[in-house]
Design a protein around this ligand. Structure first.
Ligand code: COI
Length: 356
């Protein structure tokens, strides 16, 4: 049972829902659980606020830190729903295993997200691209400086209202020097370090006028991987192609999976395979490259207007038929305006509300 300590005066009444900046204002409550002596304990929801830690806390030194990102919306008739929380629970534990951290019970993960969203449901913004972004994370909390796995951990969930992550089509730079993930590494999990390593290349890309980096493989700098903030899709000759996750260098996106599922269901040919940047370049030259779009929890479906590789720029300004269709479909499912035929929505209602 999750103990709930509610904030006496909620903050959403003063929040400007018409001007949402991604991840800048947190909702009123947070979920907290502590891992000690091999068990998760002190399971609670309390008012959002600072936590204290010792400077020797291991997450700060050796980077045992993982996270997830998922979204809650309200259906047109006001029911708060979470998008595929069970899948996020599984991926969280996949990340935990790779980072030698304890798994978090998946049913408790879903219960925690559900209860927190129900408590903070007034923070769920309305509108096509709006949602409550949910950020579960786990950090190592032992206080010592030897390099080893921690014995103690904290699992927390915080939430923030979100609008569009990218407000206009994105310009990408295919990165020819830095790499994000090599085989055998941690590129396939949501480890904080993956994002830290992407920051300098992203700054350098921004200085050149690009929004983000498109990562190529670490061995040959030849095959497309992902963007770091999102997975990537290309439409070539009417076929939807996305890099395969087989080599474990790409995050197995849940939005990526939703897009594949929706498009296949609608009869589109969707292929997960290795895709070289040369093939993309050739397709642009031939006029067969019609769309590039990214997918992610935060990004949902984000159009890519330009891709630069070495000295060339592949510019696209077509109608983005497939990306637009799939984005609309996801938004409509999340708002209950389209049948949830894949059972992706999870209602956020509280079973056990114990206020302490
Ligand atoms: C997400 O989409 O949830 C992510 O974690 C990516 C980050 C850009 C917010």
């Amino acid at each position: 049972m999750i103990k709930i300590n509610r904030k006496p005066v909620p903050g959403y009444v003063n929040f400007d829902f018409d001007n949402i900046k991604f991840g800048q204002t947190m909702a009123d409550h947070m979920f907290v659980a502590d891992y000690e002596d091999g068990v998760w304990k002190n399971i609670r929801i309390e008012p959002y606020g600072p936590i204290t830690f010792n400077p020797a806390m291991m997450a700060l030194h050796y980077g045992q830190a993982i996270f997830e990102g998922m979204k809650a919306t309200k259906t047109y008739d006001g029911v708060p729903v979470i998008f595929r929380p069970e899948e996020h629970a599984k991926r969280f534990n996949n990340s935990a295993r790779r980072m030698a951290m304890p798994e978090f019970p998946e049913d408790l993960f879903v219960e925690a997200v559900k209860t927190l969203v129900a408590v903070d449901n007034e923070w769920i913004p309305k509108g096509d691209d709006a949602a409550l972004y949910i950020r579960p994370f786990m950090i190592a909390t032992d206080e010592q400086l030897g390099v080893r796995t921690s014995d103690k951990y904290k699992m927390m969930i915080i939430c923030a209202p979100a609008g569009q992550y990218y407000s206009k089509p994105v310009k990408l730079l295919a990165e020819s020097f830095y790499t994000r993930a090599a085989m055998g590494g941690i590129g396939y999990v949501k480890a904080a370090g993956n994002y830290a390593a992407s920051l300098l290349p992203a700054i350098e890309a921004k200085k050149k006028g690009y929004d983000q980096v498109l990562w190529l493989d670490a061995r040959e700098h030849k095959y497309v991987q992902e963007v770091g903030t999102m997975n990537i899709f290309f439409v070539i000759d009417g076929v939807v192609i996305t890099p395969s996750t087989e080599e474990k260098t790409i995050l197995k996106g849940i939005t990526r999976d939703s897009i594949i599922t929706i498009l296949r269901d609608k009869g589109y040919q969707v292929v997960e395979r290795k895709l070289s940047i040369d093939e993309v370049r050739q397709a642009h030259k031939d006029g067969t490259l019609s769309e590039i779009f990214g997918s992610g929890t935060a990004a949902v479906v984000s159009l890519v207007s330009d891709l630069s590789y070495k000295d060339e720029i592949y510019h696209l300004d077509g109608e983005y038929k497939i990306a637009t269709l799939v984005k609309k479909e996801i938004n409509m499912i999340r708002q209950g305006l389209k049948e949830d035929k894949f059972n992706w929505l999870y209602p956020a209602v509280i079973d056990n509300d114990v206020t302490v």
